[in-house]
Design a protein around this ligand. Sequence first.
Ligand SMILES: Nc1ncnc2c1ncn2[C@@H]1O[C@H](COP(=O)(O)OP(=O)(O)O)[C@@H](O)[C@H]1O
Ligand SMILES: [Mg+2]
Length: 205
Amino acid sequence: MITVVGNLKGGSGKSTVTFNLALWLMKVGRSVHTFDLDLQCTLNDVAQVRLEEGYDPVLKVGTVHQFQSEALPDDEVLIDVGTANMASMRKAIGLAHRIVVPVAPSQADIWSTQRFLYIIASEIRERPPKVILFLNRADTHSNVKESDEAEEALRALPGIQVLKTRLCQRTTYRRSFSEGLAVFELEPTGKAAKEFAALAKQLYP
Ligand SMILES: Nc1ncnc2c1ncn2[C@@H]1O[C@H](COP(=O)(O)OP(=O)(O)O)[C@@H](O)[C@H]1O
Ligand SMILES: [Mg+2]
């Protein structure tokens, strides 16, 4: 299956989610190939750190050039898209079986998610991809209602699925990423590992 992880907004967690999902899939025995189509090359960078640190398994990250010029592998494919290369983003949207959209709980992020949905809809396809949204960087305090309000706003958008599962704003995502590790590798019994497994199982039942 070809899954695009996308949103127009930088910092919504595309690379973090792609990286952790890919490693989670490998952990459960799947063969995974990722592509980094963002000029920022964050996925490529974190895979490089992982390689230099000697962590197993190695994460395979294809380049924009490979994505544009070669057939996609038969593996589980995860594509991290950025906005600097719209041609590649559109091609990825055109090929995707589904598009997974991490959204941070802010009004600006909701607006840009709406715009991203317009872009997806503007790609003419025989069978439109499934679009799955979820909150990333959600508040951990139950008295902060911003995440609930954001989720409600997302649910009002047409033609999409919003997951109940959220990823919260947690330092483990940043710390693990900078070390080239998935959250469940750095802190296997931590809260981030737990919520991430719930998300991954929902996306890959
Ligand atoms: N749930 C989270 N909690 C804390 N930090 C996060 C979370 N998700 C992403 N981040 C951090 O936010 C920054 C941007 O994330 P990144 O995955 O690079 O976003 P994008 O690829 O959408 O630009 C990175 O420093 C990352 O570690
Ligand atoms: Mg990124």
